[in-house]
Design a protein around this ligand. Structure first.
Ligand code: E4P
Length: 216
């Protein structure tokens, strides 16, 4: 399973990279606003940190506007994936951009049928939002499982990029059910390393080592 950092914070991205966990990055307008920086400048900097896909989202809602913005975004670096919303115009833009060889991430997916449409439009990534479904008492992981089955039934090549991940359990469940990628806030990715028995074991080894009076 590949991991993307879901953030516009380059310091966080560098840290995940240093841990050997970074396969790419996703951003969205809210994350860019949170960074307080210029959108195109942040995307360009992220693309110097990773060769993996870096999702940059269009702001326009109409086909022509999306294509115009996509043309700007995809020129920033060859690993930019243009992110479009799951709407009729978003699917049209997905079809057009994909047929030109641009990686497209279709975002804000909340149903298996939406995911089916994105695959038919040639999306490179489909982003089903788990956490936001859980927030309204629906099961985000079930959605990932249903999309997995549909894509496998018809041999669609679109990658399932589980998004809106809020916890380590989300990542484990996505891995078990067969998501190709997970994009998560750096704090969630870093939390995967934690186990109380690891901490306890280190503490005990260190105490016993001190008793030996040795150094290495
Ligand atoms: C995905 O690409 C989105 O940026 C992100 O996962 C949304 O997550 P949220 O629901 O926590 O905002």
């Amino acid at each position: 399973m590949k991991f993307f950092a879901d953030t516009g914070d380059v310091a966080e991205i560098r840290e995940i990279q240093a841990m050997g966990l970074l396969d790419g990055v996703t951003t969205n307008p809210s994350l860019i606003a949170k960074s307080g920086r210029q959108f195109k400048e942040v995307i360009a900097e992220i693309c110097t940190i990773t060769d993996g896909p870096v999702s940059a989202e269009v702001a326009a809602l109409d086909f022509d506007g999306m294509m115009k913005e996509a043309n700007v975004l995809r020129k920033i670096a060859k690993n930019v994936a243009v992110k479009v919303p799951l709407t009729v115009d978003g699917l049209k833009a997905c079809k057009a951009l994909s047929s030109e060889g641009t990686m497209v991430n279709v975002t804000l997916c909340f149903s298996p049928n939406q995911a089916l449409l994105a695959a038919k439009a040639g999306a490179y990534f489909i982003s089903p939002f788990i956490g936001r479904l859980d927030d309204i008492h629906l099961d985000g992981i079930d959605l990932i499982g249903e999309i997995r089955q549909i894509y496998d039934n018809y041999d669609f090549k679109t990658n399932i990029l589980a998004a809106s991940i809020r916890s380590a359990n989300h990542i484990k469940d996505c891995a078990l059910i067969g998501a190709d990628y997970a994009t998560a806030p750096p704090a969630v990715l870093k939390s995967l390393v934690k186990h109380p028995l690891t901490d306890k074991g280190i503490e005990q080894f260190l105490a016993d080592w001190k008793k030996t009076g040795q150094t290495i």
